[in-house]
Design a binder for this molecule. Sequence first.
Ligand code: NI
Length: 266
Amino acid sequence: MQYEEIINIFWKEYVKTTPSAGKIHELLEAKGERISNDHIAFRTFDHPSINVEQLAKPFLACGYLEKDSYVFEAKKLRAKHYEHPDPKAPKIFISELLLEEFSEELQFLILKKINEIPMGLIETGATIFAGRPWGTISHDTYLRLREESEYAAWMYVYGFCANHFTINVNQLTAIESLQEMNEFLKTNGFPMNVSGGEIKGTPESMLEQSSILADKKAVEFAEGSFEIPSCYYEFARRYEDADGNLFQGFIAKSADKIFESTNAAE
Ligand code: NI
């Protein structure tokens, strides 16, 4: 598969789960913008059959190369990003939750679900395309997981899918800054993630990011249907380094706050 095909598969699923992304896309196109993606992000657990390296396989197979690694201490996550030789290809950012840093109970609840993943998915490297590959989920368990980790609770419900796409703001023509992008979003009624400020990062750190809060989706649990934060749209503006090269990495401190876009409001 070419990378464009893979990205397209994820985009189609993503706009179903995240109607706001489709609307923002249309609004920008109506302004005459041509949208390109800075990166696409995925989540997983550090279990050997589904960790970052396992999920990255379909991307490596179509030419992506491993770049930097990141650690998010407070959220107990590790991540890597991948780049394709074609500069038009979005970067791929995959994070994983470090299960052993959580309670025995959380580990037990998550391992039980990982053990329900069909072997065929794992063996063919297709897990990343699988959505939620385990059986019935319980709302009580979701709430229990959330007490320890919003990330674990989100994974339990949604499994494997694009957690967010990210518009490359540098490529936009009518919108020239992330501030302008945010004003455009707010004018059109999209709620922003304000954790750590509306814009994470600075021109000096060479990457500015913002995001809308995740859409909510009605999810079927054993106990009935509940609205749960799904996925969100992110916006990134990159700056050149001292040598005039556009910075291509990620800033752990900024991403740390962006992860909170899927937090359930109290
Ligand atoms: Ni991101």
